[in-house]
Design a protein around this ligand. Structure first.
Ligand SMILES: [Zn+2]
Ligand SMILES: [Zn+2]
Length: 276
């Protein structure tokens, strides 16, 4: 980073999906991921974590991360894919091996999704615990996806924290207050996406307002969940600014200060990410 940009507050999109299959170049255009990342950088979004959902496709996430200094990635199996035999076949040790790559800074996304229930609950729970074991052994943070599964999420996190400590983040938070409070008490972080800008999200905004400042992260979850201003369109990392603005407003704080705080939080949690 150059001298002039050093002091400008910037955001990090702590959770997006930059696989080429989502952002395929259309009509012979130049690489759209390239252009998209540049748009984000011009909006002072200067770091991106591209999240793996299936370990069989880990290489795709790693390929994108390898192309750019400011992109990192994760490795893990999404709860939607927990029942897939190929995913089940990866052991704790296998995931630990993948996680040794310098670009891998977190484990997931994984967790419980009882809204879609694309995989049986038992498979989801087993998959969730497998990834927690990896975090307990490597010290890497867990990236948790949880939807309509507050009680089981709390129970598994508590039980496993009792076995051995680990850090992590509840990504794209849209659950109830108790889950937020339990997670904070366990030392975990809470990340908000464009959902917090939706018209109907009053309850979520009330929760976001109460997350301690040093535990907040922001993300887009692009290409999904564009903020209210772009509702229904393809989401992209530069739009994380809308989420940041909204939460800064809820916290009644200066946007610059909010940028610095969440970025500091990011580097504290994802401590394998190198600041340049
Ligand atoms: Zn998710
Ligand atoms: Zn995601």
């Amino acid at each position: 980073m150059t001298q002039e940009t050093n002091n400008i507050p910037y955001l990090i999109d702590s959770h997006c999906h930059l696989d080429h299959r989502y952002f395929a170049a259309k009509d012979g255009e130049a690489d759209t991921i390239d252009m998209m990342l540049n748009r984000a950088r011009m909006n002072n979004v200067r770091g991106f974590v591209t999240i793996c959902c299936e370990i069989t496709k880990f290489q795709e996430a790693l390929d994108v991360a390898n192309l750019y200094d400011d992109v990192w990635c994760s490795v893990g199996t999404h709860p939607h894919d927990a029942e897939k035999v190929e995913e089940k076949n990866y052991t704790v040790q296998d995931i630990i091996e993948f996680s040794k790559h310098r670009k891998v800074i977190g484990i997931g996304e994984t967790g419980l999704d009882y809204f879609y229930k694309n995989s049986p609950i038992e498979d989801q729970k087993e998959n969730f615990r497998k990834h927690i074991r990896v975090c307990q052994q490597t010290g890497l943070p867990l990236i948790v996806h949880t939807r309509d599964a507050d009680e089981d999420t709390i129970q598994i996190l508590r039980e496993e924290q009792g076995n051995a400590p680990f850090s992590g983040v509840l990504h794209c938070f849209s659950s109830g207050r108790r889950l937020m409070e339990e997670a904070v008490e366990m030392g975990m972080y809470v990340s908000f996406s464009g959902i917090v800008t939706f018209n109907r999200s009053d309850e979520l905004r009330a929760i976001a307002k109460d997350v301690p400042l040093d535990r907040l992260l922001v993300e887009t979850d692009a290409p999904y969940l564009a903020p209210q201003a772009f509702r229904g369109k393809q989401n992209e990392p530069s739009y994380v600014t809308f989420t940041a603005r909204k939460i800064a407003e809820l916290k009644e704080m200066d946007e610059d200060k909010f940028y610095r705080q969440t970025t500091e939080n990011f580097y504290r949690l994802f401590d394998k990410a190198q600041k340049d």
